[in-house]
Write a protein that binds this ligand. Structure first.
Ligand code: AKB
Length: 333
């Protein structure tokens, strides 16, 4: 990464689900002053100190991106600002403008300033005609959501900027991400985070996907390693560069419930299916084949389903009893 030249890293969408943890992961590896967080809102007062250095950057505004790049002498952008699948489906025009327009602007600025760019694609880049079990790295991509359309187009645009202009673009296809720090917003896989909060607070959860909906998933520490390790990988080994399949685990709401019950035996679940998110989930793969990432930059996740569930419950019990104790209802292990 260009950080070796003392250039800074800019993270867009830094207050989102991935960004709020990636900023800290990058700072642990490269130092606080080298990583600039940015978003279209400011951090809440209690966290704002931690987010410094921070820049207000709206990724639909080219001038704001350029100014932040110049002001902070940036060499690498982790471009995370985007709407997730269900939010994008509710506002397709906004999603196109932010997800596609934002990436295009970042790539143009990267071309002019010789920047490296990380772009997160998603399992949403696949569709119902994609082989759904062990989805290959190179396969059919005909997504049926606007989110998926922006992700496939984004993957292609990143390939194009590398091949045509030599911009050092790299990226992964994230599955559903699970974290105990920042909640997701507007995603289809969000149930796999919400379920933990509700299990601890109320001992029960109403799931918006059906019991047998199988999706690919990953625990956040692995997702952070994927982004940071790929950007630090030896470029000569990369055959694909962009849109690497990465995976941590694959489960259904029913299987996740059984695993949670090993720790909280009285936990109960029922189902009230949201047709929009169910249709999106049904169009996505059950599991991904991540062999290209393993071969080209030594990708290897640390967390499987039992390890993730144990850690999520442990971390959230501490967090909820410290900051949100009123909601915890004695459903302890
Ligand atoms: C979503 O559900 O929209 C995201 C994703 C899988 O890209 N978590």
């Amino acid at each position: 990464m260009n950080t070796l030249d003392g250039k800074r890293i800019l993270v867009t969408g830094a207050l989102g689900q991935i960004g709020s943890e990636l900023v800290h992961g990058l700072r642990r590896r490269y130092g606080k002053d080298l990583v600039v967080a940015s978003d279209i809102r400011y951090a809440p007062p209690e966290e704002s100190q931690e987010m410094e250095p921070f820049a207000y950057v709206d990724c639909t505004n080219e001038t704001q991106i350029s100014e932040a790049i110049r002001r902070w002498d940036v060499g690498t952008v982790f471009h995370l600002a985007s709407l997730l699948s269900a939010a994008a489906e509710a506002k397709p025009h906004v999603a196109w403008n932010l997800n596609m327009g934002g990436l295009y602007r970042v790539l143009e600025i990267a071309r002019e300033n010789n920047l490296a760019v990380f772009f997160p694609s998603s399992i949403g880049a696949f569709g119902p005609s994609t082989p759904s079990v062990k989805t290959p790295q190179d396969t059919i991509q005909r997504p049926t959501t606007i989110y998926g359309v922006t992700k496939v187009a984004g993957e292609l645009l990143c390939d194009y900027y590398f091949q045509r202009f030599g911009v050092d673009t790299r990226g992964v296809r994230y599955p559903g991400l699970i974290s105990h720090i920042a909640p997701p917003g507007g995603g289809t896989t969000d149930y796999a985070v919400d379920i933990f909060y509700e299990a601890i607070r109320h001992g029960r959860y109403t799931c918006f996907l059906s019991a047998e909906t199988r999706l690919d998933m990953m625990y956040m520490p692995d997702a952070l390693d994927a982004a940071i390790d790929l950007m630090a990988a030896d470029a000569d080994r990369l055959v694909h560069r962009n849109a690497f399949n990465v995976t941590g685990m694959s489960f259904t709401p029913e299987e996740l419930t059984s695993e949670i019950r090993k720790h909280l035996p009285r936990f109960e679940i029922d189902y009230q299916i949201d047709p929009v998110r169910q249709a999106i989930a049904d169009s996505w793969p059950d599991s991904l084949d991540d062999s290209a990432a393993r071969a080209e930059w030594d990708w290897s996740p640390r967390y499987d389903l039992p390890m993730m569930v144990e850690d999520m419950l442990r971390q959230l019990e501490v967090k909820l009893s410290a900051g949100d104790g009123a909601g915890v209802k004695g459903n302890t292990r």
